[in-house]
Design a protein. Structure first.
Lengths: 256, 327
């Protein structure tokens, strides 16, 4: 536990020394704020028209009209920038030969993997917290239903954990950061789009499997405001799979 | 302290090391000598539990590399060929991180940090970023990293490679200063380095140990004859013949002449036979003007070449070549 904490501290230090965390945060916040802005514009226009037509205050739901589409689109931005948060983690250790230090110190591979994962998850959580400034600002003007918003953010958090675990796995495969990023793009987009094949496969077993594996479907549940145990299990087991694969790869590299 | 038993490692079809065995006593410095690609790094990586061996095993402080890797990792300081540094950290940040992952207690971290900074002379740069340090300083940070938890055993992979001559001398002095307190294994492909710092030498070539011995024994082991270098003011054409007539002399080889009138010879005699007295007497009686007479102990360099190269010609390094190489 103490060792894992030391490793988390070291990874966080490296995150905030290098410009990566700042650049990722800036791009993420800029793009997601832009999405929010567009959606809010659309929403206020819609509200005005509703007022003209029906001559009374609109009963539009801000969660469904603003947060749901925006947060769902935000997950696509995350899909594109999350590999940048993980690409360095193992690739750089190998390139700088610092893995020789870690692997010859009295710490376990599990501690190393968890240290890196939790550090990345901390940075990601900070990103999500920062993006909360939009709902907070809106809450001054409109009434926001916080419960579905919480469920949405929980969904984004869990989805991010899968992204990070898969990114960590990709980073463990190579000592080149670019290759690590490209591999994790591949894995994440694959997981995202496997749902598309579910449509063509229809109601067959294959279709059901593809549907279950598809990340977008599960995220949609959360973003709707629904915490379903099915999707919870999906996200947690995918994260565990990513971390397990990472552990195996790091362990197997000792034998090469 | 360290007992390596029939260690072997293969990468697929390639055999990196084969049946490597040796022992190191407490406080001893062992130099692991061999050309590039001989298997030095592989052996060191196995000893530090970085990678497993495919056959054989090793005991360090009584712990087996397969059964108690954690105990071994606690007792070993390892400097890999490329020092494992985080360029974004300052020297102090980096060393405190290492102290923590080596499992030191809070108070040991502080003393370990202070002591390793002092031993490696890093006090002045302790707050600089590692990325901004010169190669020599980085090497020292690597060494400080290996020392910080005061390990029983230090394993140093080519500790002086890529340094300038002054830095090389400094690092060697540092290593010599650490001997006794720590048991040290270091690898090198430079012969004078092994001579300079170690008591025991293991010569490895193509994954196999060619010789294990102390330096003196190693040279006498390969020596086929006693060699004496002779320099005369007025040597003549009859000199080799006359010298050959001395009892015990095997061969006299004239060497290149440095001055206009000076001449020098390499006189070889039977192993274990001292012919210096006879030799000087002959020279003085003949009035050749004795300038210099010195016995040549085979340097480790020659031993190394004899043991690791098939070409016999190369092994017969002349004294001139030897001094050139030694520089």
């Amino acid at each position: 536990m103490k060792n894992t904490f030391t490793l988390i501290e070291k990874e966080l230090r490296l995150y905030f020394i290098s410009p990566i965390a700042y650049v990722v945060a800036m791009v993420f916040l800029a793009v997601s704020d832009f999405l929010f802005y567009n959606q809010i514009q659309y929403f206020s226009g819609l509200s005005l028209r509703m007022m003209q037509f029906q001559n009374h205050l609109p009963e539009l739901n801000i969660h469904d009209a603003v947060f749901r589409p925006t947060l769902f689109n935000m997950s696509i931005i995350l899909l594109l920038i999350m590999p940048l948060l993980t690409m360095r983690l193992f690739a750089e250790e190998k390139k700088e030969h610092t893995n020789e230090l870690l692997m010859t110190s009295p710490i376990t591979i599990t501690q190393i993997v968890f240290g890196k994962f939790i550090a990345a998850l901390t940075v990601y959580s900070l990103l999500l917290l920062l993006s909360l400034h939009v709902p907070l600002m809106l809450s001054v003007a409109v009434e926001i239903s916080w419960k579905p918003l919480f469920a949405s953010y929980l969904g984004l958090f869990l989805m991010g954990a899968v992204f990070l675990a898969m990114g960590l796995f990709a980073s463990a495969l190579t000592e080149n950061q670019i290759i690590a990023a490209v591999i994790s793009f591949g894995i994440l987009i694959g997981l995202w789009m496997v749902g598309a094949s579910a449509h063509t496969a229809g109601e067959t077993t294959l279709g059901q499997v593809a549907n279950y594996l598809s990340m977008s479907g599960h995220l949609d549940q959360f973003v709707k405001g629904l915490i379903s145990s099915r999707s919870l299990v999906y996200f947690i087991s995918m994260t565990a799979l990513g971390l397990f694969l990472t552990h195996r790869v790091v362990e197997s590299q000792r034998w090469k | 302290m360290i007992a390596v038993k029939h260690l072997g490692k293969r990468y697929g079809e390639v055999i990196a090391i084969d049946d490597v065995s040796f022992t190191v006593d407490k406080g001893e410095v062992l130099a692991f000598l061999g050309p590039n690609g001989a298997g030095k790094t592989t052996t060191m990586r196995i000893l530090t539990c970085f990678m497993p061996a495919t056959s054989g095993t090793a005991l360090i402080s009584g712990y087996d590399i397969f059964e108690d890797p954690m105990e071994i990792k606690r007792r070993i300081g390892y400097l890999p060929e490329t020092p494992p540094l985080y360029p974004e950290m300052t020297v102090t940040e980096y060393l405190s991180f290492v102290a923590k992952i080596k499992g030191l207690s809070k108070s040991d971290q502080t003393t370990g940090l202070a002591l390793s900074l002092e031993k490696t002379g890093l006090g002045d740069v302790s707050n600089r970023l590692i990325g901004n340090l010169s190669k020599g300083y980085r090497q020292r940070v690597g060494l400080a990293q290996a020392l910080i938890h005061n390990p029983d055993v230090l394993i140093l992979d080519e500790p002086t490679v890529g340094l300038d001559p002054r830095q090389i001398i400094e690092i060697r002095e540092l290593i010599k200063g650490l001997a006794g307190e720590h048991t040290i294994i270091l690898s090198t492909h430079i012969l004078p380095e092994a001579t300079a710092v170690s008591q025991k030498v293991v010569i490895i070539n193509r994954g196999r140990i060619v010789a294990v011995d102390s330096q003196e024994q190693l040279s006498s082991h390969v020596r086929k004859s006693e060699k004496i270098a002779l320099r005369l003011r007025r040597g003549g054409a009859e000199t080799p013949q006359k010298l050959n007539a001395i009892e015990g002399v095997l061969r006299v080889t004239p060497q290149s002449v440095s001055g206009d009138s000076e001449s020098s010879y390499l006189v070889e005699s039977n192993l274990g036979e001292d012919i210096r007295e006879q030799l000087s007497k002959t020279v003085v009686e003949s009035g050749w003007g004795l300038l210099e007479m010195k016995p040549l102990v085979l340097s480790l360099e020659e031993v190394f070449l004899q043991l690791t190269t098939e070409e016999q010609g190369v092994a017969e390094a002349t004294p001139e070549n030897k001094t050139q190489l030694a520089q």
